[in-house]
Design a binder for this molecule. Structure first.
Ligand SMILES: [Zn+2]
Ligand SMILES: [Zn+2]
Length: 146
């Protein structure tokens, strides 16, 4: 994603944060911008390296704090098995997420997990408050199956 679509997405994210009395500060905005521009999972290391427009790297805490914020706002997901982060454009609220991850080319797609609500409900049943749920499915994408 780039150009107008990217700026629109960033404005929408800033507005969303505003509604929640949160601020999409410059570092948070920059990390989200990088994730949206990439469109695929990125490692924190790569985010640090790409952070400065003039090529200067960011300090690790800057990027980690920004990622933490974006995750809490439902604007990004952490993909544990890839040790990477990806922008989320599916919904304004924190939601359970599922990823289809191609082990051959690395292509990753987010899908809506059907069972997400069920896990949350079952948790609530036993007095457990589910705050995040991420399903990571590994396999081969269509193009890599041939
Ligand atoms: Zn998502
Ligand atoms: Zn593939």
């Amino acid at each position: 994603m780039r150009g107008a679509a990217l700026s629109d997405e960033l404005s929408a994210a800033a507005a969303l944060c505003g509604q929640r009395d949160q601020r999409l500060t410059e570092p948070r905005r920059r990390v989200l911008e990088l994730l949206l521009a990439e469109g695929q999972p990125m490692k924190a290391y790569d985010l640090m390296a790409a952070f400065g427009a003039a090529g200067q790297a960011a300090k690790p805490p800057t990027v980690y704090r920004a990622l933490d914020f974006l995750e809490k706002q439902g604007l990004a997901h952490r993909i544990e098995s890839l040790n990477a982060f990806v922008a989320c454009r599916r919904g304004p609220v924190t939601h359970s997420a599922a990823f289809l991850i191609c082990d051959c080319c690395g292509l990753t797609a987010e899908i809506e997990p059907g069972k997400g609500q069920e896990v949350t409900d079952l948790g609530a049943h036993s007095g457990f408050q589910v705050q995040s749920l991420t399903i990571e499915a590994h396999g081969l994408c269509k193009a890599c199956q041939v």
